[in-house]
Ligand binder design. Structure first.
Ligand code: GLN
Ligand code: ZN
Length: 774
């Protein structure tokens, strides 16, 4: 086939939640029964229409397939599962006679219903987005359901556009899938590739019929080394899938996107197939001069789509360098286009919506809309020559220079202090000496505690909203929070917990709370990004050197401790998690930034100790999340991440008991790192895996305190005394009772009080029973 020309500039995807989170609000209204499916569909169609118009106004072509159809009601992997008919058997009752799901059914698969668990959710590559994991078995009856995709192509056509449908590619779809529960032992979803590809071919044909000229198939799994499948098999799958799809008679031209890293040996594999265009992430991935020479001939026949505008961060960045990278691809192919490195799903809509941000900072930023405009500029430069865009390149370079020189970006005092640190700053005295120094805490065997937050009630959230609106004075707000803390302390005393928490009512979010109090951060008003489904987060912007102008948590912790004879934990968020859940500066290594945050936390720990706090928890739920996709990058990451935690906690006196909390149980490659954190006590998720993690930990030589969570806080279910008791007995077998702690899997902020009180009462009772038996 002769492919239509690929557009000169494009993006891999656009935020779909809406500039004012319109989709979130409509979807949640639909769930609550306040609007019907028709109204939700109308809102979605309006959003798609507004997005197309906006992207065209920002410089993407209306009729050259430059605009991607990247809308989703919930998740793009779920959409792919629906499009190929891969709905788990437990949800078959939701399908109509033609095997289709209506909107209610779609959301049921995403969210579960009664005893039918939803699809599992997990992290999308190294982003903060979470997708739903397809379940594939030998009998999964794939069937093409192109209606939703086709409807979008038609809807666009009616509005005068020719857009580009986007779909998760077949190889990535299967590599991200898990084996269905009823699949035989050893079954791998990738075994179903041939069947799935047949269905993809049907989808492509339907899209062609509807008028699509290009289709985008996203294959990010090809860049990841964390895929649990031999590389050979992955590369074979690439060839098998795209040879077949490419050979189809009636199809749109195929653009394979490969965001989040470099394709490495998957590039020659893809280049050898008949696909027309290849997307290269030149921000995270291979620089053009390092493209594998062997593939040059094959590459020459492809459109190379240079992903040079960073879809992962919010910086305006180095446009000159981006242009140079795109131009350099021309030595491999005469046909080069410009795009973002990833979908813009990971960045907020528009800097123009941030009226409260410092104007100088605004000049350094590019959210989704600004990045689209950058793509358009570079595309023009490729077409007309550099002279055509000199003004834009110069303006971007001037902005970079302004940023580098601005006060606060590099603060000598912060840098000098870091440079002067010796190795001793990263280490505490021996664990045994610490255990001895902490003996006067007089904790019972199997101490009971919680992870930090107590339910964030409607009253708490209302108080915070009123404070923000100016309806509540700071003093009145603080008084309300103190009352809440007093209630939470009283409740824990009544329940008989051993190590208490203040409940974190004053925190809107465990990262933003600190970002608002540290220098070097800015907080946005509308900078929402989708985390999963209808959930959005508003990451702070870490733009400068970090320091702590004043204590951040001491007053609250001190007040809470004054109400009880029992130890109350000071509660901090660790450096890695603060970085992972913020937009971080891109002008220095992450490790340098992490150490700056660590120093601020170190000072906070010192102040907490001064205030009489004996137990301090530094949460690192994101330690695993930030792990690089390429194995070669992992040791350096683990080195700085562990180092920053040790720097934060290394100044704590031996008598101070340092805890950490991690939100997952599949440690894999981070298990040694967890031991090296050298926390006195580590609480981890364990209930869903029935405490298997305690075996893994023991096997790895972990010999400090550990609190494997005894119940899952993600659902309102109250665990019975017997259930908790049996989990504890299981744990006591693997970990000496002297080092074992008893706690839930995670914080309680999303729970209600009824189930919280009942659950905690049961774990205290179960602990007493185990103590009596031991
Ligand atoms: N201390 C936090 C809380 O209890 C920890 C949350 C987390 O691990 N995500 O809410
Ligand atoms: Zn947690």
């Amino acid at each position: 086939m002769t492919a239509p020309a690929f557009p000169a500039g494009t993006i891999l995807g656009y935020p779909r939640i809406g500039r004012r989170r319109e989709l979130k609000h409509a979807v949640e209204a639909f769930w609550a029964g306040r609007i019907d499916a028709d109204e939700l569909e109308r809102t979605a169609a309006d959003l798609r229409a507004a997005t197309r118009e906006r992207l065209a106004a920002l410089g993407l072509g209306r009729t050259d397939s430059a605009i991607p159809e990247s809308f989703s009601y919930y998740d793009q992997v779920l959409d792919a599962a629906v499009a190929v008919g891969a709905i788990p058997t437990r949800f078959e009752r939701l399908l109509d006679a033609d095997g289709r799901l209506d909107l209610t059914g779609y959301f049921t698969v995403a969210r579960g219903e009664g005893a039918d668990a939803p699809l599992e959710m997990t992290k999308w590559f190294d982003s903060n987005y979470h997708y739903l994991v397809p379940e594939i078995g030998p009998d999964t009856a794939f069937a093409a359901h192109a209606d939703a995709l086709v409807a979008q192509v038609r809807e666009a056509r009616e509005a005068g556009f020719v857009t580009r449908p986007v779909l998760v590619g077949p190889v990535t779809f299967l590599l991200l899938a898990k084996a269905a529960d009823d699949a035989p032992e050893g079954f791998r979803p990738i075994e179903r590739l041939a069947d799935l590809v047949t269905v993809y071919a049907e989808l492509l044909a339907a899209l062609r019929d509807a008028g699509a000229e290009w289709v985008q198939l996203d294959e990010p799994a090809l860049v990841s080394e964390s895929i649990d499948e031999p590389r050979e098999r992955v590369l074979d799958a690439v060839g098998a899938a795209y040879d077949v799809l490419g050979a189809a008679e009636a199809r749109p031209a195929i653009f394979v996107g490969a965001p989040y890293g470099s394709l490495d040996d998957a590039l020659p594999a893809l280049a050898a197939t008949p696909v027309e265009a290849l997307g290269l992430d030149l921000v995270r991935g291979t620089a053009p001069e390092r493209l594998d020479g062997v593939t040059e001939e094959a590459l020459a026949a492809k459109t190379l789509v240079a992903g040079v505008i960073d879809g992962h961060n919010i910086w305006r960045g180095d446009l000159e360098r981006a242009f140079a990278h795109a131009e350099a691809l021309r030595s491999f192919s005469g046909d080069v286009a410009v795009s973002t490195s990833t979908s813009l799903l990971h960045v907020p809509h528009d800097v123009e919506d941030e009226s409260a941000l410092d104007a100088r900072l605004v000049g350094w930023l590019a959210f989704a809309d600004q990045k689209v405009a950058q793509v358009a500029v570079l595309a023009r430069g490729l077409a007309e020559g550099r002279e055509a865009i000199t003004a834009e390149l110069d303006a971007a370079s001037a902005s970079l220079a302004d940023r580098a020189a601005a006060p606060g970006v590099r603060v000598p005092a912060v840098r000098d202090r870091l440079a002067a640190l010796g190795a001793d700053a990263f280490a505490r005295v021996d664990y045994d000496a610490r255990v001895a120094a902490q003996e006067d805490l007089a904790l019972p065997a199997l101490p009971t505690t919680t992870i930090g937050s107590f339910p964030q009630t409607a009253d708490i959230r209302r108080a915070r909203a009123r404070l923000v609106k100016g309806e509540l004075t700071d003093a009145a707000y603080r008084e309300l929070m103190r009352e809440e803390i007093a209630r939470v302390i009283r409740l824990q005393e009544e329940l008989g917990l051993d190590v208490l928490v203040h409940g974190e009512p004053e925190r809107n979010d465990m990262v933003q709370y600190f970002a608002e109090l540290l220098d070097g951060f800015a907080v946005t008003q509308n900078g929402w990004v989708q985390s999963y489904g209808s959930r959005c987060t508003r990451p702070s912007i870490l733009w400068g050197d970090v320091s702590r102008p004043a204590p951040m948590t001491v007053e609250w912790s001190q007040y809470a401790q004054s109400l009880s004879e029992k130890p109350v934990k000071g509660m901090l968020t660790g450096p890695v998690t603060i970085l992972a859940w913020s937009f971080v500066r891109d002008d220095q290594p992450l490790g340098d930034t992490a150490r700056q945050v660590a120093l601020a936390l170190r000072d906070e720990i010192g102040d907490l100790e001064q205030a009489g706090i004996r137990v301090i928890q530094v949460d690192e739920p994101a330690l695993r999340e930030l792990l690089p996709l390429k194995r070669a990058d992992q040791p350096a990451y683990l080195d700085w991440s562990v180092g920053s935690f040790r720097l934060a906690t290394g100044g704590a006196a031996p008598a101070t008991q340092v805890h950490t909390h991690l939100c997952y149980s599949e440690f894999g490659v981070v298990i040694d790192a967890i031991r090296e954190l050298d926390a006195d006590v580590t609480s981890i998720e364990a209930a869903r895996s029935r405490m298997e993690v305690v075996d893994d930990l023991s096997a790895s030589g972990f010999d400090h305190g550990v609190g494997p969570g005894v119940y899952d806080i993600h659902s309102p279910r109250v665990p019975s005394v017997e259930e908790v008791q049996s989990l504890l007995e299981r744990a006591v077998g693997a970990i000496p009772a002297g080092r074992l702690w008893v706690n839930p899997d995670c914080g309680l902020k999303t729970r209600g009080y009824d189930e919280t009180v009942a659950s905690l009462a049961n774990i205290v009772e179960a602990t007493q029973a185990v103590r009596a038996g031991a």
